[in-house]
Design a protein around this ligand. Structure first.
Ligand SMILES: [Zn+2]
Length: 284
C-alpha cells in the first residue's frame, strides 16, 4: 500500500539486510513493502548516512544543457530514434530508456514518428483486410520500415501483422533491402558530419586551453619537463593534462610513464577508429 508508514522493525530489518547481509535489491524482503518502496527507503537511509556506505546507490546523473541541446538536434534535425542514439553512443552514458524518457519529457522526437505511434493499431476492419492482402501480395518482400511509412503505421504493428500471418521477413531480408541501406547510409552520413563538426569545435577549445596552460607553465620555475608529442610534434609538458599516464608495477616499485602521443592526438585516433567502425556498420 502506498503511503504506508515504515515501522521501526521494518527499517531495522532493511538496514540489517543491506548492511549485514549485503543483499542486493531483488533479494531484500520486507513483508508488505514493494520493491519500489524498499528502493526508496534504501535511498533515504543512504542519504541519512545510516548505511555506513554499504550501499552507494547508482548516482543519478542529471542531464546537462549541452546534452539536451544535442538530444534536440539528434531527434529534430536528424530524426534519430532513442534506440539509434543509444546504439551509436551519441550521448555517452545514457541508455535507450533514459534517452527515450527525456525525449518524452521535452516533447522532442520526430513528430511524424510520434504521430505514427499514436495512430498505430487504428486500422478499421475494412482497411485491415486490405492491409493483410497487401502484405501477402505486393508487400510481401517490402521491408517493414517502408510498409509502415506507406500505411502510416508503426513498424512494430507491421511486424506484428507479419508474425500473425506467418510471413515474417527474416532479419536479413528486411535489412538487405536497398531502401533500408540507403536510409542507414543517409543517417550515418548526417551523423558523421555532425560529430565531425562538434569534434572540431571541441578540439579547438581544448587547444586554446592547452596553449594557455603551456604559457603558464613556461613561467613556472618548478614546471615539469617538456614532452614532445610523437604525432603532432608539439612540445607540451609531461603532465597528466597533456599526456595519458601509464603506471607499471615492477619489483623496483611503481614506474610512471607518459603516452607517446598527447591526449588530443590520442582522442583524435580513437575518434577516427570510431568513425571507421560507424561507417562499416552503416555499409554492412
Ligand atoms: Zn599531439
Amino acid at each position: 500500500m502506498p503511503g504506508n508508514r515504515w515501522t521501526k522493525s521494518q527499517i531495522q530489518s532493511l538496514v540489517d539486510q543491506i548492511v549485514h547481509l549485503s543483499k542486493p535489491l531483488p533479494e531484500i524482503d520486507i513483508p508488505g513493502k514493494t520493491r519500489a518502496a524498499i528502493n526508496n527507503q534504501r535511498k533515504r537511509l543512504q542519504r541519512a548516512g545510516v548505511l555506513n556506505g554499504s550501499f552507494a546507490g547508482r548516482p543519478v546523473k542529471p542531464w546537462t544543457l549541452p546534452e539536451l541541446r544535442r538530444l534536440t538536434a539528434f531527434t529534430q534535425d536528424y530524426g534519430f530514434s532513442a534506440s539509434f542514439i543509444a546504439q551509436m553512443g551519441l550521448l555517452p552514458g545514457r541508455t535507450k530508456d533514459s534517452v527515450s524518457k527525456m525525449m518524452g519529457r521535452h516533447g522532442v522526437g520526430n513528430p511524424a514518428i510520434k504521430e505514427r505511434a499514436r495512430q498505430a493499431c487504428r486500422l478499421d476492419s475494412g482497411r485491415r483486410e486490405e492491409f493483410q492482402s497487401f502484405l501477402l501480395a505486393e508487400g510481401r518482400w517490402l521491408p517493414s520500415v517502408l510498409v509502415a511509412r506507406q500505411w502510416g503505421l508503426a513498424q512494430k504493428t507491421v511486424t506484428a501483422y507479419r508474425r500473425r500471418l506467418g510471413i515474417r521477413l527474416s532479419w536479413r531480408e528486411g535489412r538487405s533491402s536497398d531502401e533500408y541501406r540507403r536510409q542507414q547510409r543517409k543517417r550515418a552520413a548526417a551523423f558523421v558530419a555532425h560529430t565531425r563538426e562538434r569534434w572540431k569545435q571541441w578540439r579547438e577549445r581544448k587547444r586554446l586551453l592547452w596553449e594557455k596552460l603551456r604559457q603558464q607553465l613556461a613561467q613556472d620555475p618548478e614546471r615539469p619537463p617538456a614532452r614532445v608529442c610523437q604525432a603532432c610534434g608539439e612540445a607540451w609538458y609531461a603532465t597528466r593534462e597533456f599526456f595519458h599516464v601509464r603506471m607499471r608495477r615492477s619489483p623496483a616499485g611503481v614506474r610512471i610513464s607518459y603516452c607517446r602521443i598527447c591526449r588530443l592526438c590520442h582522442a583524435e585516433r580513437r575518434r577516427n577508429q570510431a568513425a571507421a567502425s560507424w561507417a562499416n556498420a552503416a555499409h554492412a
